[in-house]
Design a protein around this ligand. Sequence first.
Ligand code: SAM
Length: 353
Amino acid sequence: MDFILFTGRYNSLTTQELASRLPEAKSLYPHVYSFSAPNEKKAISMVSFLGTSIKLAIKLETTDLSVESLASLIDTKIFSITNLKGSIDNNLYFEIKRSLTGHIRFVKSRQYFGLSPVILQKKKVTELFLDTPNSNVYRTVWSHSYHDWIDKDRKLPFVDPKSGMMPPKIARSLINLTPYQGKPQDLTFLDPFCGSGRLVVEACQLGFTVMASDIVQEKIDHTQGNLKALGFQADIFLADATHLSGKLDKKIDLIVTEPHMGKVDLRPDRIKYVVPGLKKLYLGVLKDWLKILKPGGLITMIFPVLSDDSRTYTTSKIIDDDHLSGYNIKTRGLIYSRPQAKLKREIVILEKK
Ligand SMILES: C[S@@+](CC[C@H](N)C(=O)[O-])C[C@H]1O[C@@H](n2cnc3c(N)ncnc32)[C@H](O)[C@@H]1O
């Protein structure tokens, strides 16, 4: 069976997340990917854990895009049709409505992914997508749990704007793009700069055995409080990320982390003084983590790219240091930044040899 996945327009990690977790997905249109699965249930399980997923639609057997044929697909009192490429002629809606009996309503969509998941989860709607150039019709079978994502973003008891708060969907994608093998249930995850625990929450929800640490007790309390509010459990402890090896008695499969990156509102004239300290911290942690990772263990780490008036500082350069020759560099130079963000983030993926 064939499916299309609609991905988030503002999730800049879509390509990397799909490359790791759904490599068979092919780009069909912007933010729309096609893939095959043996059945609907399997297809939903393949996409519902991705941070980038918005909606899933199944390809129907018909290739007839006539009014009669489309009308025969509508089995609810409300329907909506979106064209994957271009817009829908208003007449099509009216003609379909006219050919159906009973009190049938249509709702026009204004977004590339059709109606909002909020509407779909409240009302019974037949939502169709037309791929006119290929004469295909798709029907929505799943949409992301909008309320859950919003609640994780806005309603966690402990938030910390001063340390920067990673949006939950980005945190989820960042974990997923880490090219780990096997099931999360069999792997140990660690975030050694856990802050208020945005990555930790997502790792718990994905089913990893989760460990997390931070150098500030208040952050530990915040992460614990946030996990408790969501009903998750993790091993959370106070530690300096440069000295973790003395504290752990088990080896780690993957580390995903957004480390300390300087003050959120760092003044440009301070950057040149802050960068050497950040580089020293990153070199220190990566040296130490060689001792706690399993062979083949992975690190996905964010490095700040800072610019003042005269130059740009790429803090990730430290991964070329001889002390870190125990790692294979799997990915570097993958830049992502939130809209309007002054600070650019570079994603680096390392594998312990
Ligand atoms: C950018 S924040 C992490 C934010 C986190 N990703 C989130 O979304 O909640 C960085 C964290 O690193 C912690 N930190 C700074 N230096 C550290 C060190 N040497 N060892 C461990 N944690 C450290 C800070 O207390 C802060 O909570």
